[in-house]
Design a protein around this ligand. Structure first.
Ligand code: GLY
Ligand code: GLY
Length: 306
């Protein structure tokens, strides 16, 4: 097959990001993750390594709602979801309601590679992590002062609308046209204990198929799950829409049908990029060739030379 220009594309979550300073921080974090993923890919790593490294970097950065800095559920605990998929053979792995694990995306990859299952949950997922040498953190270690304060505010208002939405994700393509996608989240602030999100659902939060493309989504999880947003975008591409058109048309249809918001990043099997969101902002960044492209505001795309 014709050679494709490699791309590593990440998002740092879609939502109501009202502070410009926070928006800037999220973009800077997304840029770091895109660069790290691209470096992995161009120094001998696979597309799966690239999306995992990019997502882990954001899980380890407390500004993002994944890993350290995940939002708290109604009981004040962190429960995380993640999923990963390989486009060559549709291998997929996911975890849900995982506590005290530093990098849920690494655990999702272990589920993909070391079990015959697609999704492990809660205590079973943790037991599996331990049996593969992962060391659990102290209970509460992934909560931060910022997430504790945010939960207090949410409780005081008892609002249905959480202050923090967002998820992190990455998609990558290599020069052979191999694709992978990965997504990780702390979920929705104030959620019920035990709630699973779109992020652990293959076809909603994550999808990759070398014959078509790869997608990672972010936003209101229940809405994304009902619409199977990632797979809807894949289907739209299969039916002839380009990556950007497919991403934006599906998000638009989802928002029209279900009156809630989301965002997504997409790569087609030819390496075309698509980015869209129906929230006010979504941080994203990708590296292609010697250029780093990025943005957070609607209709504003920037780039710089690496
Ligand atoms: N479809 C039911 C099961 O696989 O457990
Ligand atoms: N999309 C992430 C969540 O709703 O939990």
């Amino acid at each position: 097959m014709a050679s494709v220009e490699p791309v590593v594309f990440v998002h740092g979550g879609a939502g109501t990001i009202s502070s410009d300073a926070k928006a800037r921080q999220l973009v800077e974090g997304a840029k770091r993750a895109a660069r790290a993923g691209y470096k992995t890919l161009t120094s001998g790593g696979s597309v799966v390594d690239a999306v995992q490294i990019a997502v882990e970097l954001m899980e380890n950065d407390p500004i993002f709602n994944a890993g350290l800095g995940s939002v708290l559920n109604v009981e004040g605990e962190v429960e995380m979801d993640a999923s990963i998929m390989v486009g060559a053979d549709l291998s997929a792995g996911a975890v849900t309601v995982v506590k005290d694990i530093k990098n849920p995306i690494a655990l999702a990859r272990l589920v993909m590679e070391k079990t015959s299952h697609v999704l492990l949950a809660g205590d079973g997922a943790k037991k599996f992590a331990l049996s593969h040498g992962m060391v659990p953190l102290e209970p509460g270690a992934l909560a931060t002062d910022a997430t504790r304060e945010a939960l207090d505010k949410w409780r005081a208002k008892q609002s249905e609308v959480p202050a923090v939405l967002g998820t992190v994700g990455a998609v990558a393509i290599d020069s052979e046209g191999r694709l992978a996608a990965a997504t990780s989240t702390g979920g929705r602030e104030g959620k019920l204990a035990g709630r699973s999100s779109d992020t652990c659902m293959i076809g909603s939060g994550t999808y990759a198929d070398d014959k078509i493309g790869a997608v990672s989504t972010t936003g209101h999880g229940e809405t994304i799950a009902k619409f199977c947003l990632a797979h809807a975008i894949i289907k739209a591409m299969e039916n002839g829409e380009g990556a950007d058109r497919a991403t934006n048309s599906c998000i638009e249809k989802m928002t029209e049908r279900l009156n809630n918001t989301a965002g997504a990043i997409t790569l087609s099997c030819k390496g075309e990029v698509g980015v869209g969101f129906s929230t006010n902002r979504m941080s994203w960044a990708y590296v292609k060739g010697d250029q780093l492209h990025f943005g957070v505001d609607r209709n504003k795309k920037e780039f710089e030379k690496l």
